[in-house]
Design a protein around this ligand. Structure first.
Ligand code: FMN
Length: 246
């Protein structure tokens, strides 16, 4: 596994920019280098099913590119949708202390993300949808910034149909979170009702490998850019307007 060198040449334009930039903070605080790691979320009820088989191909290829990986399974226990209690705004964690919080506690140290889901009724599975609603909302409300400018991609597994609609659904979490989406040579999908089917989906597996190499390339470019002193974008104070005004 590769050790990424410490960044010592970062220039900071102003204090506010620095404060808003937890990514830079992490880099500046790193002693002896940081490791680049991609977290891969298995949003299936099957721990070692089709989604896992696709994610494993991504992980294996990332490892070949000297990127660390961890596959995080959301598990089989019921996950509630967001109840909009907003306790996450105070604690930075979800009120329901489940796999959402387990993930939030490790997400901030990851450098890239792949979210995998089986297709259920031409959409992402119910559990991964609840999981992602709570993860992204708690992260935003709690001001964690675990996802800001970190590359992301969605991977889906279906027996037959509903894949592109599911990809559209999952990509929306990334684009609202300022995450650059990494793409492959086709839409990121594999087909199968069981892992043995996916292993025969040679095109699907190749899509996974191309995705992994593209993500590795992006992460290396980001590292090189920051090392060369390229600033992260200036952050504006958020403007938040509702459509309906009283
Ligand atoms: C509740 C449910 C709904 C499903 N809906 C679809 C669907 O709309 N389209 C499809 O092609 N496959 C559908 N499937 C099949 C799975 O998406 C497919 O077998 C997938 O590869 C399973 O991935 P996994 O092993 O990671 O869970 C559905 C399966 C379940 C359990």
């Amino acid at each position: 596994m590769k050790n990424i060198t410490i960044y010592d040449s970062i220039t900071i334009k102003n204090k506010n920019h620095w404060k808003q930039n937890r990514e830079l903070k992490k880099i500046k605080n790193a002693i002896g280098g940081i490791r680049v790691k991609v977290l891969l979320v298995n949003g299936s009820p099957h721990e070692k099913g089709c989604t896992y088989t696709a994610l494993s191909e991504v992980a294996k290829t990332l490892n070949e590119e000297e990127i660390d990986t961890e596959i995080f399974w959301i598990g089989k226990k019921p996950l509630t949708g967001c109840t909009a209690c907003k306790s996450c705004a105070k604690t930075g964690l979800c009120a329901f202390n489940d796999r959402v919080n387990d993930f939030l506690n490790i997400a901030k140290d990851a450098d890239g993300f792949i979210f995998g889901s089986p297709v259920h009724y031409a959409a992402a599975g119910g559990a991964i949808t609840s999981f992602m609603d709570c993860v992204f909302y708690a992260d935003l409300q709690g001001g964690r910034q675990s996802f800001y400018l970190k590359p992301a991609a969605a991977v889906v597994s279906a027996r037959r149909a509903g894949t592109t609609a599911t990809l559209d659904q999952l990509n929306k979490y990334f684009t609202i979170s300022e995450m650059p989406i990494v793409s492959s040579r086709y839409w990121n999908m594999v087909h199968g009702a069981k892992p043995e089917n996916v292993k025969k989906d040679l095109e699907g597996l190749q899509i996974m490998r191309v995705l992994a190499r593209n993500m590795a390339w992006f992460l290396k470019c980001k590292e090189a850019g920051m090392k060369a002193g390229v600033q992260l974008p200036m952050k504006e104070k958020s403007i938040y307007t509702n459509f309906i005004r009283e």
